[in-house]
Design a protein around this ligand. Structure first.
Ligand code: EPZ
Length: 418
């Protein structure tokens, strides 16, 4: 599967952002804790959602798409869940499934999951997940590539995360909601998806407070009921469309988004000379097509998001000057550099930093996506480049972008899937 793109087309029109991959996945994992069906409105139809649905079915849940209020919704009935093992081949497809440990352990008292291993952007260790679950009383054994965790009843404790890991915060939150007593998570991740998870858990009857702040307090309860939940719009998809309008030029309106989730990205785009009008649930973006250079350093939320780093690298490739892009979150998230250089970009990497000297125009080429965000960045580069660009590895992009080529074509881009 690949995208064929003819570059140098300005974007005009409106686009509606889908529900967030990184919000719906932990919420789907959290349904394991409930005894009654849950309805996830505006869930995005993504490859990762399909994988998580298969995992939940393997545990004994019933998962299906339904129509709700004129929009698609995912219905999960977890009442018959009894299996405590996550199938290896599904685990290998999506390493973030590691945050299923907390809810399975919390609901059934044991879990076996294969070690997630690394991926294209780094080794992706899970030490903070495991230490957090151990702090709540789980016994954890790792052998033959599997992780076994057991706990008759988890008990509330103070958990300090060495790093504000998004997944580890979510894992411990979900393990703590049925534990005996109060859990405090310190140095918790503050991403909007953590607040989304808190809202969903509380909708099911949990008692969670403080998501979005440094410390999250979870008071254990006896059981959780089902809940209805509207999945938050995807802030990274929103940022990707904003950066694309800045790169190729044009004027677009982005609907179903939450501007305040993108403060750091909006500030950087304004530094690039992009005009951005913020309204409730909507953004109006006007790009000139040749951004000003800008320095970017990725940080935990509310700092500049690592998931927008590849997209800003492409902006820097076409900027009127030199930019420095520094990646502090993942160990190896510069895979797009060599592909962009094949399109005529001038990039030099030194450790965690990339020095990018802007060029007048990139040239189309055949390039390879290795993860969903660098895939989106290569699509952006193709939209800006002279001539034809072929992006292979589109299955990576399908993990986190729903109907990307249709949304871009609707804005006037010349892109087709083959
Ligand atoms: C989540 O990954 C997102 N995925 C990522 O989005 C996102 O880039 C990341 O958070 C940071 O915002 C989902 O939500 C499904 P972390 P996660 O734990 O939870 C280190 C995308 O493109 N670490 O905050 O895995 C780790 O190595 C994806 O949508 C440990 O050392 O991120 C990394 O350097 C990519 N030990 C850093 O923390 C641990 O136990 C951030 O990881 C866990 C993490």
């Amino acid at each position: 599967m690949r995208y064929v793109i003819q570059g140098r087309r300005r974007l005009e029109g409106q686009v509606r952002v889908s529900g967030a991959k990184n919000a719906v996945l932990p919420v789907m994992a959290a349904t394991v804790l409930a005894r009654r069906p849950c309805l996830l409105q505006d869930a995005p139809d993504l490859r990762d959602v399909a994988v998580m649905s298969e995992i939940l079915r393997g545990l004994g849940a019933r998962v299906r798409w339904v129509e709700y209020g004129g929009r698609r919704a995912l219905e999960v009935d977890p009442s018959a869940i009894s299996v405590t093992e996550v199938p290896d081949q599904l685990m290998q497809q999506m390493r973030s499934s590691i945050f299923l440990m907390g809810p399975i352990l919390g609901r059934l008292g044991r879990v076996r999951i294969s070690h997630p291993g690394g991926c294209a952007i780094g080794p992706r260790p899970i030490d903070l997940h495991l230490r957090g679950l151990e702090a709540l009383g789980a016994t954890i054994r790792e052998r033959y590539g599997y992780i076994h965790a057991e706990a008759n009843r988890l008990r509330g404790r103070e958990v300090h995360l060495d790093f504000p890991s998004v997944g580890a915060t979510e894992n411990v939150m979900m393990a703590a909601v049925l534990a005996d007593g109060v859990t405090i998570i310190r140095n918790a991740a503050k991403e909007p998806e953590i607040i989304d998870l808190q809202n969903f858990l509380n909708g099911m009857g949990a008692r969670v407070k403080g998501a979005g702040l440094d410390a999250i307090r979870i008071e254990g309860v006896e059981h959780l009921e089902g809940a209805e939940h509207a999945v938050s719009p995807d802030r990274i998809e929103t940022g990707t469309f904003m950066a694309t309008a800045a790169l190729v030029g044009g004027e677009i309106r982005i609907d179903n988004c939450i501007p305040e989730h993108l403060d750091a990205v909006i500030a950087k785009l304004r530094e690039c000379g992009v005009t951005i009008r913020e309204e409730v649930g909507r953004l109006q973006v006007t790009g000139s097509g040749r951004p000003l250079p800008v320095d970017v350093k990725t940080l935990p939320y509310p700092g500049f998001p690592t998931d927008m780093q590849p997209q800003f690298m492409v902006l820097a490739c076409c900027a009127r000057g030199t930019s420095v892009i520094t990646e502090t979150i993942f160990e190896n998230r510069f895979k797009h550099v060599e592909e962009l250089c094949r399109m005529g970009a001038q990039i030099k990497t030194e450790g965690r930093s990339a020095i990018v000297r802007g060029v007048e125009c990139l040239s189309g080429a055949a390039v390879e996506a290795t993860d969903l965000r660098n895939g989106a960045a290569l699509v952006m580069a193709g939209l800006a480049a002279e001539g034809t660009t072929v992006v292979s590895g589109v299955t990576h992009i399908d993990r986190g972008y729903e109907k990307l080529e249709l949304k871009l074509a609707q804005l006037g881009a010349d892109i087709r899937r083959e």
